[in-house]
Design a protein around this ligand. Sequence first.
Ligand SMILES: Nc1ncnc2c1ncn2[C@@H]1O[C@H](COP(=O)(O)OP(=O)(O)OP(=O)(O)O)[C@@H](O)[C@H]1O
Ligand SMILES: [Zn+2]
Length: 848
Amino acid sequence: MPESPSESDLPQDPHGSQADPSSGNAASGPPPSHQQPAIRQRALPRNSGTDMTLPDWEQFSEEELAQRRLAEREQSAKKPAQPEIKQGQLFELDPPPWELEEPQQLAIASVVFRDAPHGPYDYSVPSELLEKLRPGMRVEVPLGRRKKLTAGWCTQIDHNAASNRKLSPVGTVLDEQPLCDSHLVRLVLWMSHYYQCPAGQIFDALIPASVRSSAGTRQQTYYSAEHKARDPKVLEALPPKQKRALTVLIQSEKPLTGPQWTVLAECTQAPLQALKKKGLVTTQQRREMTGTPSLQTQKSDGEETETHPLTKDQANAYQRIVAAIDSGQAKTLLLHGVTGSGKTEVYIQAIEHLVKYDRAAIVLVPEISLTPQTRGRFERRFSSVAVLHSQMTPAERHYQWQRIRRGDVQVVVGPRSAVFAPLPRLGLIILDEEHDNSFKQDTQPRYHARKVAFARAKSLNIPLLLGSATPSLESWHATKTGVAELISMPKRVGDRPMPSVQLVDLRARDQRGGGGAITRQLTQAVKETLTENGQVILLLNRRGYATTIQCPACGHVVSCPDCDLPLTHHRDGGKAVCHYCDYTIGTPPWCPACRFDGIRYGGLGTQKLEMEVRAKFPQANVARMDSDTMRRPGSHQKVLSAFRSGELNLLLGTQMIAKGLDFPNVLLVGVINADGALHFPDFRASERTFQLVTQVAGRTGRGQRGGRVIVQTFSPEHEAIQAASRHDYETFADAELQSRRRFNYPPLGSIARIILRGSVEEQAEAAANDLTQRLEASRTALGYEVRILGPAPPPMAKLRGKFRFHILLQCLDPLQLGATIRRATDRFKIPDKEDVQYVVDIDPLDML
Ligand SMILES: Nc1ncnc2c1ncn2[C@@H]1O[C@H](COP(=O)(O)OP(=O)(O)OP(=O)(O)O)[C@@H](O)[C@H]1O
Ligand SMILES: [Zn+2]
């Protein structure tokens, strides 16, 4: 007898009632205060912290919405009526009125698709699927004139719809249970609207491919006895082997698999098949894990594991987070704690509070393999942690996803995509190092995990905790406008002082001892530190050996043919590599343009720095950490363990050594060139420089022995570097906000970027011009104040063989910005024969 999924198998929607006052209280809301009657979300004031705003339908008051609707109706009255595109109308004309059916009651499902046409389109739900189909499931439906069966996602079912058009019916329901609960479906629809990306593509980003393909599972057939087989007369009439087999099956409490059944009945397959033919047994297919993947937890790297009593600052932070959890409201908290102030311990204790109520948390971290230490700390303190990372096998990923959805997990730790973890009883979302750029996805859907976390937390009425020593200006601004609450931890644990920072001016030539990259002052400091048995971290944010390969005779620079950017020379294997597309050639021994024999390597990468370090400090045990040396899974862990044990005493590398590491014996941090990010054509250049220098400086002075920092720079007077040298976040952030205000840059205003690319430059440019005109027309029609810049070639005017153009849009109001683009791109189509694509990037971080 086929089993229907039991109650507990169904994805729970514990907070469903919180957003909807009509449905009463959550049955088992944890802290007592969670039980209070839910409050309908109040409209946020517009323009309050543009990075922290919700979609328009959540943000407007009823009155505003009504006004908007009125305005929209007036708009549409002016323009010739555009037929709404619905299934059936997309490829054929509407049927003449006499062919229309009588309007009839039916259930209609909305379905969206990954590929164009994206939908949503309406389908009727046949009565036999009514019980089964729910939003968040995948279905197969006929699409287009040819009625080609296509997989899509069901986003909504209207049970009392009326339609007089003949709708195609839903064909097959592909999932046993929804892959997304109703909250996640709502989140998808919001993301689709806000990021202007088809909902079908967002579903695919939300549900890992391994889950969609059921990686690591197989189809298993189960047998059970039909009702009529229980009739003794039927049983008696059977040949002995079949009789014995059927008796075994009737007596079994659960359905049996073929192998189980043959073993218990001591028979071959033959009697089973005979019984099946006679219609005495039914079969049922179920998907099962083929095995339990052995999940690797982070081995301790030797860090002490004892817990400490909280410091005064930590205790205060903890109290305020707990109050937010207990309030049952969607509050955003920014924990601004200086490096080494013990933020992780605060997160852990807050989650310990949460799990007492049987609730779970998501902790988003930059890339988990870079921070094995953070991972280890969570795994040691909670009994069931799911760590999601990029090196999992599909089977592991699917297994973890199922564990998470069943509610077997207290804490999910992972990178940005973990914001979608389908925890049934989510009670808190934490973004550690919330300023980190890796939280923004740079492919479709181009979402920012902070914003998505904000929307998710808001719809569930749970707190969102952002933590950083160098908060993004978006979050800092949010504390000024009341969107987020600020919690400060201005001191390090154990009253340890912040390390002193010395700036070394690279412009003064005599400072540069011996022409290398390491100045006299830094050389001296490294030697002293190594003599005292201390450890050293050196930061250089460029990988490779030399960053340019240039001919001194004719000036030719060896560049990538696909990206027009200089290739970087890598010494291992003598390769010249494009860092944007990985185009690789053997480094030419002479100039490819004029054949001059004596090509020069300019600019400095980590490989070259490593050689200089080994030559200058022969007593040091050196490791280099950059994406070239850290390709293999587990390599970070290996290097960091060796560093903790003291086997290594000098670590050099790119920004990946600046993140979160906590080693008490690091007595010196050296920044080889702080200006790397400073002169990028990007309004966030200062912010990034400040963050990088402050974060790497924060890796020292974390033990009893203190620490110091030496920053080499060509711009010692630059405010970002000055402020970082004083550990003065607030002065920097407030001044930076002032200067952004002048240009309405985020977070004071919103920006969007549209990138067009094509293999034929003229076509890409023509499409960019066309789109710009549409944007201008759209702005005029809506009467919005949107600034449109471009089209122009971006700093990277060519990438992977495609010519690029971009259009920048700025507006104080993110809703006006979004609406302007939506209207302009709505019917914007590039001729199929042209190889030109465009992407809309809302709140872009990458301006290159
Ligand atoms: N209350 C405490 N008493 C003593 N030590 C503590 C306490 N809380 C945390 N620590 C220790 O202080 C160190 C720094 O903590 P942690 O790594 O969480 O800092 P952080 O604020 O995340 O810093 P960063 O921003 O630099 O990553 C850790 O070794 C941790 O074990
Ligand atoms: Zn390239």
